[in-house]
Design a protein around this ligand. Structure first.
Ligand SMILES: [Ca+2]
Ligand SMILES: [Ca+2]
Ligand SMILES: [Ca+2]
Length: 173
């Protein structure tokens, strides 16, 4: 009987340890996502100042393209000599900044990927910038359309649940 009590207590305690460590992991991932968001926010604003505008997105782009749009802007890959994504001179998306350009955030280097910000999804080329849960960061610029929250751009992570539009989303508004 005593042994059973001891075993029960050990089980309860180890359960608590697991609970606490998963709470700590979750909290540290959320903190990391917030820091990433602040950095992206700042770098996208720098890009906007230099380029004079930001890429526009449609509702469909947001899910399928956001992570790549952010990568192209901030790593200057596939934007051409003018440094602006979506113009006629756009260069090759090849995992390297286009000719003569200095990336806004060097940590987005898809070849070394020092902060695990890049997902290649099994391809040789970068596909998306991702949050700590591996989901693409979302970017919205609909020129002040009804879904847009900020006057310039919206940026958000789907948060720990990986679902869009839920309470745990990490947003710049
Ligand atoms: Ca261009
Ligand atoms: Ca390039
Ligand atoms: Ca969510």
């Amino acid at each position: 009987m005593e042994l059973l009590t001891v075993v029960t207590i050990i089980m309860i305690l180890s359960g608590m340890v697991i609970g606490v460590s998963s709470y700590v992991n979750r909290k540290s991932a959320i903190d990391k996502a917030r820091t990433q968001m602040e950095t992206f926010n700042m770098k996208i604003t720098e890009y906007q100042t230099d380029a004079g505008f930001l890429p526009e997105t449609t509702e469909r782009d947001i899910e399928a393209q956001s992570g790549l749009i952010i990568y192209r802007m901030l790593y200057c890959d596939g934007v051409g000599a003018d440094g602006i994504a979506g113009t006629a001179d756009d260069g090759a998306l090849d995992g390297r900044p286009d000719e003569g350009l200095v990336p806004y955030w060097a940590d987005l280097d898809p070849n070394t990927n020092p902060r695990n910000l890049i997902d290649k999804k099994g391809t040789p080329l970068p596909v998306a910038v991702v949050d700590p849960w591996g989901n693409a960061w979302r970017f919205r610029n609909e020129r002040g359309g009804p879904d847009q929250e900020n006057p310039d751009f919206d940026l958000w992570s789907l948060g720990p649940d990986g679902k869009n539009g839920t309470a745990d989303d990490i947003r710049n508004w």
